[in-house]
Write a protein that binds this ligand. Structure first.
Ligand code: M6R
Length: 611
C-alpha cells in the first residue's frame, strides 16, 4: 500500500523523509520519490525500485531544504515506473503532490484540464489532482485554498500532502478514506500515512478525520474541513512500538488483512458501479468487450485460492451472464493439450500476477490464439502485462502467506464482471442490475458486521484446536467457500481438512463422521439452504459436531448446530464474499492456539514462481 511522509521545520528535510519512507517499506511498494522546496525552487527525485535506489541518486542541492514530501507507491493506475512514481507535479513545476487512494473521477477531470491546456505526463489518477490544484492556485493564489477547492471536485479516496515553491514553508495535507496523521514537534511538523514513519521524531500526534485539511508551517498548524469550517483537534500520544504499528496494531499481517476486508472490498468496487444504469464499468476490459461478447465460452484458470475464486466466478457467470464457463487448475491446463482457440476468452486469476503455472497457462492460451484477460492484484506484474486486458483488484499488498483479502476482492471483481456482462448480454435487466449495484454498495458494511463476531470465533477455535481432521461442506456458491475454508485451515494450522459439495458427503465422506471429525457447514439462506439442512441432519444422526456459517436471521440452525457464526443476508451470488470471513478467522485462531506461525507457514511461499 502507498505511504506518505512530509516534513516542515528547521532541520534538513531529506534525511527525515528518507528515514520515514524506509519505515514504510513493510507496507509493500514498487517505486518511491521525494520533493523538496529550497532556494525558491521545487526539486523532485523519484524512481521505480527501492527507497535506497532513490536515495542513491539524489543530487546535493536537495540537502539544504527544510521542507519536503515523500512517497512510496504501490501502483493502482499505470505501471510501476519512474514517471508514474510520486510526487507528481503541475505544468509549471511549482506544485508537487503525493497521494494515497484512488481518484475515481480522474478521467473526467483530466479531459477538462487537457481541454484547458494542461499537459499530462503520467498514466496515474493522481496527476489529475495536482493539475486541478494548479488551476485553483491561478484563481486563489493560496495553496491551502487551492487544495481545498480542488478536493471539493474530487470523488474517491485520498490522503495527500502538497508543497509549492510559491509558498516555500508550507505543507498542506488532507484526507478522505485514506489515513493521515500529523506529528507535532518543537517548531517542526510531520505528516504521515502511518505513525511508523514519524515516531522516531515525535510521539505527539493528531489524527486527521475524513474530510479534514491542514496547513502546516514552522509556526503552527490550522485544521479545517474541506468545506472551510474550523476544526479543533486533540493531540494524542502514540504508545505502540514500531512492530505493532507495522501490523496495524494486530498481532499478525494475516489478522490485519482479514480486518482490512471491508475497505479492500470497497476499493475493488470504487468508481466501478453505475447506479443509474444498474451496471459496472471496468476500464481495463473496455478494449476487449467486443471479443468477450463474441466468445463461445470462457475458461478460468488459476491456482490455490485464486482457483477457488474462479469456481465461484463460474457459478456467477453461468447463472447471470449465461456464458458457458470451465475452470481449470493452471498447472493442468498447460499440460493437457487444451481445446482453446481464437473464439475463446481465457481469464487468469492471480493475486501476485507472478505464479509460474498461471503465467504458463496464459502463454499457452495466447499461443493458441485465445483472448486473455487478467484478474490481478499486483499492478504491472507479469500476468497483468502479458494479458490483453483485465481488472485490477486494488486490494493493496497482501503480506500474509495465506490469502484472505485478495480472495474477497477476486470475488468482488468477478461479481462486477458478471454484472457488466449480464447487462451487456441482456440476461440481467435494468432493475435487477440496480438491485445488484445496491447490494454491492452495502457489502463492505456487511463484511464489517461479520468481523464483529471475532470473540465467538475465538471460543470455537479453543474448543477445536486439538482436533486432527475437519470437513467443510457447502453447496452452490458456497461449495468453493468450503474448499477455501479447508485450505486456510490446512495452510496455517497443519490440520488436515477437506472441502466437499455438501450433497457429495453421502457418497463417501460420511463414513468418516464421528465426534472427532467436526463438520463446518456453510449454509446461508440461499437457493440450496433447505437441501443443506438435510445434510446437516445426516451429520447430527451420526453424532458429528457441527459449526455452521448461517444467515443472521436463521433460527432453525440454532437448534441443529453446536456453534453458529452469522453473516448478514445478501444476494446468493455475493454470499461467498461474507461467508469466507468467519472461516478465515477460525483458521487463524485455531493456528494461533496451536502455536503456529500464521504469517509464514512452513513449506509455503507467498508467490510460487517455480513449477
Ligand atoms: O498469487 P496467486 O493468486 O497466483 O497465488 C496462487 C496460490 O499460490 C495462492 O492462492 C496460494 O494457494 C495461497 N497460499 C492461498 O492462501
Amino acid at each position: 500500500m502507498c505511504g506518505i511522509v512530509a516534513y516542515v521545520g528547521q532541520k534538513p528535510a531529506l534525511p527525515i523523509l528518507l528515514d520515514g519512507l524506509k519505515r514504510l517499506e513493510y507496507r509493500g511498494y514498487d517505486s518511491a520519490g521525494v520533493a523538496v522546496v529550497t532556494d525558491g525552487h521545487l526539486l523532485i527525485h523519484k524512481k521505480a525500485g527501492k527507497v535506497r535506489d532513490v536515495a542513491a541518486g539524489i543530487p546535493m542541492d536537495f540537502e539544504a531544504a527544510t521542507i519536503g514530501i515523500g512517497h512510496t507507491r504501490w501502483a493502482t493506475h499505470g505501471e510501476p515506473s519512474d514517471t508514474n512514481a510520486h510526487p507528481h507535479f503541475d505544468c509549471a513545476g511549482e506544485i508537487a503532490l503525493v497521494h494515497n487512494g484512488i481518484i475515481e473521477n480522474y478521467a473526467a477531470i483530466k479531459s477538462k484540464l487537457e481541454a484547458g491546456g494542461h499537459v499530462f505526463k503520467t498514466q496515474t489518477d493522481t496527476e489529475a489532482l495536482v493539475h486541478l490544484v494548479e488551476d485553483w492556485y491561478r484563481v486563489s493564489h493560496d495553496l491551502f485554498t487551492a487544495v481545498r477547492l480542488a478536493l471539493l471536485e474530487v470523488h474517491g479516496a485520498y490522503g495527500i500532502a502538497v508543497v509549492s515553491s510559491r509558498e516555500p514553508s508550507r505543507v498542506v495535507a488532507a484526507r478522505k478514506g485514506s489515513p493521515l496523521v500529523l506529528g507535532i514537534g518543537n517548531g517542526e511538523y510531520f505528516v504521515a500515512s502511518d505513525p511508523a514513519a514519524i515516531i522516531s521524531n515525535t510521539r505527539q500526534v493528531v489524527y486527521l478525520e475524513d474530510g479534514e485539511i491542514v496547513s502546516l508551517d514552522p509556526s503552527g498548524y490550522v485544521t479545517k474541513t474541506i468545506q472551510n469550517a474550523d476544526v479543533m483537534k486533540k493531540v494524542m500520544e502514540v504508545t505502540l512500538e514500531l512492530e505493532q504499528i507495522e501490523k496495524g496494531g494486530y498481532d499478525h499481517f494475516m489478522l490485519k488483512e482479514i480486518h482490512e476486508q471491508p475497505e479492500t472490498i470497497m476499493n475493488t468496487l470504487r468508481g466501478r458501479l453505475n447506479e443509474k444504469e444498474g451496471t459496472a464499468r471496468l476500464g481495463g476490459l473496455r478494449e476487449l468487450t467486443d471479443r468477450i461478447l463474441a466468445a463461445d465460452r470462457f475458461t478460468i484458470t488459476a491456482c490455490g485460492t485464486s482457483w477457488h475464486a474462479g469456481l465461484v466466478g463460474q457459478y456467477m457467470l453461468e447463472q447471470y451472464a449465461r456464458i458457458p464457463v470451465r475452470v481449470e487448475y493452471a498447472s493442468e491446463f498447460r499440460y493437457r493439450n487444451p481445446i482453446v482457440g481464437p473464439s475463446d476468452v481465457v481469464w487468469l486469476i492471480s493475486q501476485s500476477g507472478e505464479t509460474a503455472d498461471t503465467l504458463a497457462a496464459l502463454r499457452e492460451a495466447r499461443a493458441r490464439g485465445a483472448t486473455t484477460a487478467g484478474i490481478v492484484n499486483v499492478v504491472g506484474s507479469s500476468i497483468a502485462r502479458e494479458t490483453d486486458g483485465g481488472t485490477y483488484l486494488h486490494a493493496g499488498p497482501e503480506i500474509g502467506v495465506a490469502s484472505t483479502k485478495a480472495f474477497t476482492s477476486q470475488l468482488t471483481a468477478l461479481s462486477l464482471i458478471t454484472l457488466m456482462l449480464g447487462r451487456l448480454r441482456g440476461t440481467i435487466g435494468p432493475d435487477q442490475g440496480r438491485a445488484i449495484v445496491h447490494e454491492l454498495e452495502i457489502l463492505p458494511e456487511k463484511a464489517e458486521k461479520v468481523l464483529e463476531q471475532e470473540q465467538t470465533v475465538r471460543e470455537i477455535a479453543r474448543e477445536f484446536q486439538s482436533i486432527r481432521n475437519f470437513l467443510y461442506l457447502g453447496r452452490g456458491y458456497n461449495f468453493p467457500v468450503a474448499l477455501e475454508g479447508a485450505l486456510k485451515l490446512k495452510e496455517i494450522s497443519y490440520i488436515h481438512a477437506e472441502g466437499y459439495p455438501a450433497a457429495e458427503m453421502k457418497h463417501g465422506p460420511i463414513a468418516l463422521i464421528d465426534r472427532d471429525m467436526p463438520v463446518v457447514f456453510i449454509t446461508p439462506r440461499d437457493g440450496t439452504y433447505k437441501k443443506v439442512l438435510s445434510n446437516i441432519q445426516e451429520v447430527k444422526a451420526r453424532k458429528g459436531r457441527l459449526i455452521a456459517v448461517a444467515d443472521e436471521n436463521d433460527q432453525e440452525i440454532t437448534r441443529l448446530a453446536d456453534f453458529v457464526l452469522r453473516v448478514p443476508h445478501t444476494l446468493d451470488f455475493l454470499t461467498p464474499i461474507l461467508t469466507i470471513i468467519p472461516l478465515q478467522l477460525l483458521a487463524y485462531y485455531i493456528a494461533i492456539d496451536r502455536g503456529c506461525n500464521v504469517d509464514q507457514p512452513r513449506n509455503l511461499a507467498k508467490s510460487v514462481t517455480v513449477e
